[in-house]
Design a protein around this ligand. Structure first.
Ligand code: HPA
Ligand code: ZN
Length: 345
C-alpha cells in the first residue's frame, strides 16, 4: 500500500495546528452530544436506572442506536434541550469548528412526540444563545429513521416546510439500513418534497449497506452529501461517479472502527477514496459518546496515512464547501482558511 511514511510533502499536522485550522463539521448527531452529567441527573430525576457507563456498551450500530434512545428518552424539559444545544455549539468551538450542520432525529426523543415546535424552539434558543456568546453557528438537519414509515417521513417534511425557520437547513436520514432492508424507495417522496421546497439533503448510506445503498441515496433521494458512504469502495463505477459529480462523503473514522464497519483505521478506505478523487470531509458522528473531537479524528487519520497539512487542509476546505451554511458564511470561512494556510506557522 502506498501509505507508509514516504511522500508527505508537508509535515503531519499536530493537534495545535488542527485546532486552529478553520473547518466545518457536517456529520454529527445531537443525540451523541449529551453531556454524561446531564444524562445522569435526568435519570436520577426520573428514578431510572442507567445501564452503567453508557459509552462502554457501544460496540456496533444497533447498540449505538439503543444507547442514543436510552439517553434521549430521559430528556423532557426545555431547559435540558437549551443546555444540550448550547453545549454542542461550545464543544464545536472548542474544536476549532467554525460552522456545524447537526443531525437531529426526533424519533430518538419520545418526550417531544407531537411537540416538535417546542422541541426545535428550545434547541434554537440554545444555539442562538451560544452563537451570541461567540460559539459555533449551527444548522439543524432534521432526520428520518430508516425504520420509519413513508407517511411519518412526509409528515416530518411537511413540518419542516411549514416551520420556515432558517435554523432548519436540510432533510437527513439515519439509522440502520441493514436492519431496515432496502428502504430508500419508501422515502423518495419525502426527499423529493424537501428538495422542491429548497432544503438540502444528506443521507446515511454505505455504512451498514453496500454500494447499492449509496446508489439509491443519489438516484432516489437526491443526496448532496453521503454520511459515511465508505462501502462505495466496493464498486469502482460508483467511486468514479461520486468523484465526477463531486458528491462529498462525510467520513467518521473512529465511529467506523468502534462500530465494526472497518476492522481498523489502517483498513479504512478513506485514503483509497481520496486518492480516487472523491471529496472527503472528516467528522465525529457521536463525539461525546465516542470520546472524540475533530482534531483527534484528523490526527488519527493523518498519522495512519501519513497525510501532510496540505491533505488535511483540503479536507477542511471540503467540509466548508460541502456544508449547508449560507453562501456568505461559506465564502467567509474559505477566506479564513486561505489566510490561515498562508500565515507563517
Ligand atoms: N449511522 C446511523 N445512524 C446513526 C449513526 C450512524 O452512524 N449515528 C447516530 N445515528
Ligand atoms: Zn451518523
Amino acid at each position: 500500500m502506498g501509505h507508509s511514511d514516504q511522500g508527505a510533502q508537508t509535515p503531519i499536522p499536530d493537534r495545535g495546528w488542527l485546532l486552529a485550522l478553520p473547518k466545518a463539521e457536517v456529520h454529527v448527531h445531537l443525540e451523541g452530544c449529551l453531556a454524561p452529567e446531564l444524562v445522569s441527573s435526568a435519570a436520577r430525576r426520573a428514578g431510572a436506572e442507567l445501564p452503567g457507563d453508557l459509552e462502554q456498551g457501544v460496540h456496533d450500530l444497533d447498540s449505538l442506536l439503543r444507547t442514543l434512545d436510552i439517553s434521549c428518552a430521559l430528556i423532557d424539559t426545555e431547559a435540558e434541550l437549551i443546555d444540550i444545544a448550547y453545549g454542542f455549539s461550545r464543544h464545536e468551538a472548542d474544536s476549532g469548528v467554525r460552522y456545524a450542520d447537526v443531525i437531529v432525529n426526533p424519533a430518538h426523543w419520545p418526550a417531544w412526540r407531537g411537540r416538535l415546535d417546542s422541541f426545535v424552539a428550545a434547541l434554537d434558543a440554545g444555539f442562538t444563545a451560544a452563537e451570541t456568546d461567540g460559539f459555533t453557528p449551527v444548522g439543524i438537519c432534521p432526520s428520518i429513521g430508516r425504520d420509519q414509515s413513508a407517511s411519518e417521513a412526509v409528515e416530518l417534511v411537511e413540518w419542516i416546510v411549514a416551520d420556515q425557520s432558517e435554523r432548519l437547513v436540510a432533510l437527513s436520514i439515519d439509522g440502520n439500513e441493514e436492519a431496515a432492508g432496502r428502504s430508500s424507495p419508501r422515502f423518495a417522496d419525502a426527499f423529493g418534497r424537501a428538495a422542491a421546497a429548497g432544503f438540502h439533503r444528506c443521507v446515511h448510506a454505505g455504512e451498514s449497506s453496500g454500494p447499492e445503498g449509496v446508489w439509491d441515496a443519489i438516484d432516489l433521494l437526491g443526496a448532496e452529501r453521503i454520511d459515511h458512504g465508505i462501502r462505495c469502495v466496493d464498486d469502482p463505477a460508483l467511486v468514479a461517479e461520486l468523484a465526477r459529480r463531486g458528491i462529498a462523503l462525510d467520513v467518521c473514522p473512529t465511529s467506523n472502527v468502534r462500530l465494526g464497519v472497518v476492522s481498523s483505521l489502517h483498513d479504512h478506505p478513506v485514503e483509497q477514496l481520496r486518492a480516487a478523487g472523491v471529496r472527503v470531509s472528516i467528522n465525529t458522528d457521536d463525539p461525546f459518546l465516542l470520546g472524540t473531537d475533530i482534531p483527534a479524528e484528523m490526527a488519527s487519520v493523518a498519522t495512519t496515512f501519513s497525510w501532510g497539512t496540505d491533505v488535511v487542509a483540503e479536507m477542511a476546505r471540503t467540509s466548508i464547501d460541502a456544508s449547508f451554511a449560507s453562501a456568505e458564511v461559506k465564502r467567509a470561512l474559505q477566506n479564513e482558511l486561505s489566510a490561515f494556510l498562508e500565515s507563517p506557522s
